[in-house]
Ligand binder design. Structure first.
Ligand SMILES: [Zn+2]
Length: 293
């Protein structure tokens, strides 16, 4: 979020102290955006996006039954760990330039996901419109709407939305129904958000994952009382995510050769220089070698 830290902490302290110990911290982690889980300056492995032309593609849309669209702007987002993700933008957004900007907006936060997630993410669909998006767990993709993205970008919350949607698209199947996850859920008994508590089989993994990601990779980032409540509410699920995000594999690991990016594709990338983007190695001590791009 992005109200001043002191104001956010005061608000949260007030929320926490007025709630019974068993109540969730927030109504919904990705809508109640008063916590800053992921920063745009966090490590990532984004290298470039390569334009692949206009294609006919499946573009599921909440507003239409028609599944296919023609003339879809298509990019391949490439990452220095060897992963790549398709980004398909509906022609309704107007020009290739408009589509390109939208593709870039989502390509970089995808680069901040751990390799375990990004390597399973097949593609992202972007429509013009203001609706909230959705994810398709077995299809390994998620859908976003451009005006909703713009609003999220304004309040610096797009990273969190991308993370949440990506958990659905990459970890829900088969993790959300696994014995290990359900054992951890039962042992904890409580939920970090109302949303998770109302839909424990559908939303708890994604809601808990965002809190776990902030706590495990960026301890001290969330206000102290919030971190404390998370540790009280979900110690077993935290242990579950420690294995997924940090212990079984490093956050970023190579799954294929480093991408070849054309100079023209590299130059259009938005912010930091490439050498700062690629950090490989275990979560703690992000001093691993830098990848070539
Ligand atoms: Zn969700």
């Amino acid at each position: 979020m992005r109200m001043p830290v002191a104001a956010a902490s005061l608000l949260l302290l007030a929320m926490l102290s007025s709630h019974a110990a068993t109540e969730p911290i927030l109504p919904n982690s990705v809508v109640s955006n008063d916590l800053d889980f992921i920063k745009s300056s966090d490590p990532g492995v984004f290298a470039c996006i390569e334009y692949e032309g206009r294609i006919r593609a499946e573009m599921p849309d909440r507003r239409r039954d028609e599944l296919h669209a023609d003339g879809v702007f298509s990019w391949s987002a490439k990452y220095t760990d060897g992963t790549s993700v398709g980004i398909w933008v509906h022609p309704d957004v107007g020009s290739q330039n408009a589509a390109h900007n939208l593709a870039l907006q989502v390509a970089e936060p995808i680069g901040q996901l751990p390799t375990i997630m990004r390597s399973k993410l097949d593609h992202v669909v972007i429509h013009k419109g203001s609706l909230g998006g959705f994810s398709e767990d077995k299809g390994r993709f998620f859908v976003l709407y451009s005006e909703n993205m713009a609003a999220r970008l304004r309040n610096q919350y797009l990273e969190e939305i991308v993370f949440h949607r990506s958990v659905h698209a990459t970890l829900d199947h088969p993790m959300a129904a696994s014995a290990e996850w359900m054992r951890a859920q039962r042992a904890d008994g409580d939920f970090v958000t109302d949303y998770a508590s109302k839909r424990p089989d559908k939303e708890d993994l994604a809601e808990s994952a965002l809190f776990a990601w902030a706590l495990l990779l960026h301890p001290g980032r969330l206000p102290g009382p919030v971190e404390e409540r998370v540790r009280q509410i979900m110690p077993n699920r935290l242990a579950f995510f420690r294995k997924v995000f940090a212990e079984d594999r490093p956050t970023f690991y190579r799954v294929g050769p480093a991408p070849r990016c054309l100079i023209s594709d590299v130059l259009i990338r938005p912010k930091r220089p490439l050498r700062e983007m690629a950090v490989f190695g275990p979560v703690r001590g992000l001093t691993g070698r830098k990848a070539r791009v």
